[in-house]
Write a protein that binds this ligand. Structure first.
Ligand code: T46
Length: 137
């Protein structure tokens, strides 16, 4: 699987404005159990710095933009999230860091499960160790 996968949702907008639809197990490749959104983030205060063991997520900037660094332990790529109907798929075991939030940024995230702190790997060395374990199993 490519490190960078975009999920593009249909924009059913018309002269009245835009309307973007996300449907679980249709144009979103998992059952959505949770959504959360981040706004008012400081442009110079990065967030993230973790990977998830099992969680799948898609991150959209429904307003403004931010950058996301994605790291699977072999490759690191940085992308700009900045199109309201184009979300970045964040699979399990990808270290991710968000930064350079625009002042108006609203980052909306669809998640495949409820919040569970034990699913987070917040230490980079631990992340590399877990990856190595998976590869040698
Ligand atoms: C992710 C990136 C893209 C909850 O209690 N419930 C929740 O659903 C979430 C998302 C967070 N929290 C708590 C956990 C922390 O005490 O809210 C606090 C801030 O979360 P965190 O520092 O993890 O926020 P970010 O912006 O670093 O990461 C978030 C998500 O947590 C994470 O899953 O992938 O956005």
């Amino acid at each position: 699987m490519n490190l960078i996968e975009w999920i593009e949702l249909p924009n059913l907008g018309d002269h009245r404005g835009s309307l973007v639809v996300a449907e679980a197990n249709r144009n979103v490749p998992f059952s959505i159990q949770r959504l959360y959104y981040i706004f008012g983030a400081q442009p110079d205060v990065p967030r993230g710095f973790h990977a998830h063991k099992d969680l799948q997520q898609i991150a959209f900037c429904i307003q403004g933009s931010c950058k996301m660094l994605m790291d699977n332990g072999k490759e690191k790529l940085e992308v700009l999230i900045g199109q309201s109907n184009k979300g970045l798929f964040i699979p399990p075991m990808v270290w991710h860091e968000m930064h350079d939030f625009s002042k108006d940024c609203i980052l909306l995230v669809l998640a495949s499960d409820y919040y569970d702190e034990s699913d987070y790997i917040r230490n980079y060395d631990q992340f590399l160790k877990e990856l190595h374990k998976t590869c040698t199993q």
